[in-house]
Design a binder for this molecule. Structure first.
Ligand code: ZN
Length: 322
């Protein structure tokens, strides 16, 4: 029961590292800047040094021997079976092809699991958070972008190479603006932090508004929560887009729960109330009745906690898994 796992949450701006115990509590942690522009080799080095630093801090408290594995959640599309980066996002240039698992295994000789950053959030919510009662559920992370993870009967749905669950690229408007993925009108362009800012800027320009808030997601949400009419129009569009999206996800998967996390999900109870109301109207009655739509429970630490929890989720008995 003294077991610890090291978790690494690798994002475009920061690397969050922590030693986590079996109940999901953080024992020691650190956050270092990714400095992604320095390239993949430098980022990998930083990550390895960060893990070594956590291990040495555990040595100080005589717990180094309790570490049973290392779990990593990375931005981008990850090939889970090989622990390599199948496709990097723009925020991590040159990251594609990086053999994360082999490099970290080589250095530390512990079991290592590497997965997409939202898949590990789903593991965190399943083990310690909102998804505990559910075996078939979907996580949607509304952050800088929109990420997704699909769990079916307790297993993450991975697809051909681990790319399944890219729910941010479900389109809600085939005439919408062009997305980086090639499609038009992806939900990421409406319901992420940057998407809300984009919608706000577009509506300010089109209508000649002069609002007291900036076209920034936090400001829009704050103004909406305090009853600003223009912010309400922006959020009505965001909520329509997102409920259209969630309805498609529900019709595809018939999940027991849809769990919404990420910074935008901290918009408050009114956000969930509006989202439930409109998603319910857009979804077949039996499907909607079977689904619970709820906020994630684990906040900004979900990435690092879920990364570490892979060790117990999959087991520590093998390094070569797949
Ligand atoms: Zn897209």
């Amino acid at each position: 029961m003294n077991e610890l796992a090291i978790g690494v949450d690798l994002g475009g701006t920061k690397i969050h590292l922590a030693a986590i115990d079996r109940s999901g509590q953080t024992v020691v942690e650190s956050i270092v800047p990714t400095e992604a522009k320095q390239g993949a080799a430098a980022v990998l080095n930083k990550m390895v040094n960060g893990i070594a630093d956590i291990l040495s801090r555990l040595k100080d408290v005589r717990r180094e021997g309790d570490v049973v594995g290392i779990g990593i959640g990375s931005a981008g599309q990850i090939d889970f079976s090989s622990g390599t980066v199948a496709f990097a996002v723009d925020t991590l240039p040159g990251w594609t092809g990086t053999p994360i698992r082999d490099k970290v295994t080589e250095r530390f000789g512990l079991p290592v699991y590497v997965d997409n950053d939202v898949n590990v959030i789903a593991i965190a919510e399943k083990n310690f958070g909102a998804a505990r009662p559910y075996n078939s559920f979907v996580c949607i992370a509304l952050g800088t972008g929109v990420g997704g993870a699909i769990v079916e009967e307790g297993r993450l749905v991975r697809g051909a190479f681990g790319g399944a669950g890219e729910l941010g690229h479900i389109s809600v408007d085939f005439n919408g603006p062009r997305c980086s993925c090639g499609n038009h009108g992806c939900i990421e362009l409406y319901a992420s932090g940057t998407g809300i800012a984009r919608v706000a800027a577009e509506m300010i320009n089109a209508n000649g508004w002069q609002p007291e808030w900036q076209a920034d997601s936090r400001e829009v949400i704050a103004a909406w929560n305090s009853g600003d009419p223009h912010a309400s129009e922006v959020m009505a569009k965001v909520i329509s887009a997102l409920s259209t999206h969630i309805s498609s996800v529900i019709h595809t998967l018939n999940p027991e729960a849809v769990i919404i996390g990420g910074g935008v999900s901290e918009a408050g109870p009114a956000f969930f109330e509006a989202l439930r109301e409109e998603t319910g109207r857009r979804t077949g009655a039996a499907m909607w009745k079977a689904t619970t739509l709820l906020p994630a429970e684990i906040g900004s630490g979900a990435g690092v906690i879920g990364a570490a929890a892979q060790i117990w989720h999959y087991g520590t008995n093998t390094i070569n898994h797949g």
